[in-house]
Design a protein around this ligand. Structure first.
Ligand code: CMC
Length: 428
């Protein structure tokens, strides 16, 4: 720990409060404000724009330079050279696996893809038109009612078993949600297929005929999972950590993460991008959409643009854009929506408002287009994000428990009524 100090003096008090300044491996220094509470103060930071909620060794983002590293490895290299299960291993264990570790990890994931038959009954309880994210929130949490044998979060073996179960079963649960929504029989997983191919098989296969997974689509799907695997202390990951800090079981924590991800400012943006492009409707309407997005009186925003941390470009969006082009070429898909998206990007990137506010296309801008091109239904977009993010959520959950963290309990600046006496109903 460095011995540099920040000194805080407060009007009306002679005391100068000394705070330690801590340095990470890379990235900005952090002022440790924990002593403030014993001096009678809290810090106020709505939206946590200036607050590091924890120490972490998993993922690093340099928003100014558009850098994203998992355990030190750049996302571009992982997307090109690795696969989702290897990235999951890396996030969870801190190092890339050797050949044996990789084979063992993959084999364990493939062996646990099936879910208990009774899980199907949960899906049968949902209306045919239930949103798959609603089903996923419910069913992931409900898994805790099936695995009483491994819910002791203080037992490392239990934590490990649950982690593998969740990574193995998320594609099965996601595909089951889709099958329920279209009224088709659920497809049992095929453990001879790789992770992404098995997911696509369960989505699009049916018991009446052979289904062969297109390898171009499977590779694109795997890349999409990699690009969503982790993103340090984003809203859903912070939710998982906060839920986990109470001692809640991992299924409940991941269900909380799924819920937080659903919002259109976070993972729900990939679905919102397509709704927005549909609303724009034609390349000729792009200018008026950009005008609306700039109007402070209009709540319309360009979905898939802007990011809390990236103020230059989102490196995931760059890889996603390249993958999008590759897939569209390979499949020979031409999508008028892509023309609208390209025009929108072109206009927004030249517009002073977007330049000044440093608003660039984020990962969701292109993932929406690519998912559409490979035939994924719109209401499954955020489910796919959740599936990919599961490895990251679990890695953070493990790290949080390993730190022996105290319960996450933010404070507040209270601005409500001062103490007052109750007034009887007949006197109000
Ligand atoms: N379109 C138009 N204006 C925008 C946009 C946008 N997409 N994003 C931000 N702004 C403006 C905003 O109005 C504000 O203007 P002002 O300073 O005049 O009040 C300024 O830029 C700063 O915005 P903010 O909302 O304070 O920034 P934030 O860091 O709190 O929010 C964000 C980040 C991603 C929620 C936001 O940019 C947004 O709503 N984008 C659209 C939704 C989206 O694409 N979300 C996916 C994020 S990436 C995937 C993920 O991590 O889940």
């Amino acid at each position: 720990m460095s011995d540099r100090k920040a000194r805080l003096s407060i009007d009306g008090s002679d005391e100068v409060i000394e705070l330690n300044v801590r340095s990470g491996t890379i990235g900005p220094d952090v002022i440790d404000v924990t002593p403030l509470t014993s001096k009678g103060y809290f810090t106020l930071d709505p939206g946590f724009t200036s607050t590091a909620s924890c120490e972490s060794k998993i993922t690093y983002i340099d928003g100014g330079r558009g850098v994203l590293l998992h355990r030190g490895y750049p996302i571009e290299q992982l997307a090109e050279k690795s696969d989702y299960l290897e990235v999951s291993y890396l996030l969870l264990n801190g190092e890339l696996p050797n050949a044996k570790q990789k084979a063992d990890f993959d084999a364990t994931v493939y062996r646990h893809t099936m879910v208990n038959e009774w899980v199907k009954e949960f899906y049968n309880g949902f209306r045919y038109d239930a949103h798959p994210m609603a089903m996923l929130c419910g069913v992931v949490g409900a898994l805790s009612s099936f695995y009483h044998d491994s819910l002791d979060i203080h037992d490392p073996e239990h934590r490990q078993i649950t982690t593998m179960r969740l990574i193995s079963k998320m594609p099965t649960l996601a595909a089951m949600a889709y099958k329920h929504s279209i009224g088709q029989p659920v497809m049992y997983p095929r453990n001879d297929l790789d992770y992404a191919s098995n997911f696509l098989y369960m989505m699009w296969g049916n018991p009446c005929e052979e289904y062969e997974v297109n390898p171009v689509i499977a590779r694109a799907m795997d890349k999409i999972f990699i690009l969503h695997a982790d993103h340090e202390q984003n809203a859903s990951t912070s939710t998982v950590r906060l839920a986990g800090s109470t001692g809640a079981n991992p299924f409940a924590c991941i269900a909380a993460g799924v819920g937080a991800l659903w919002g259109p400012s976070h993972g729900g943006a990939n679905e919102a991008v397509i709704h927005m492009l549909e609303e724009i409707g034609d390349v000729s309407n792009v200018y008026s959409a950009v005008r609306r997005a700039k109007d402070p009186k209009d709540s319309f925003r360009l979905m898939g643009f802007g990011h809390r941390v990236y103020k230059n470009f989102d490196p995931r969006a760059k890889v996603m854009k390249e993958t999008c082009d590759e897939v569209l070429n390979a499949l020979g898909v031409s999508d008028p929506m892509l023309d609208i998206a390209k025009k929108l990007e072109e206009i927004a990137l030249q517009d002073d408002y977007f330049i000044e506010k440093k608003l660039y296309p984020n990962v969701d801008f292109y993932s929406g287009i690519i998912l559409r091109a490979i035939g994924i239904p719109l209401n499954m977009f955020t489910v796919i994000f959740a599936l990919g993010r599961t490895a990251g959520w679990l890695a953070h959950w493990h790290e949080m428990l390993g730190d022996h963290s105290r319960i996450g309990r933010p404070r507040q600046l209270y601005t409500g009524s001062d103490v007052r006496d109750f007034v009887d109903l007949n006197k109000r």
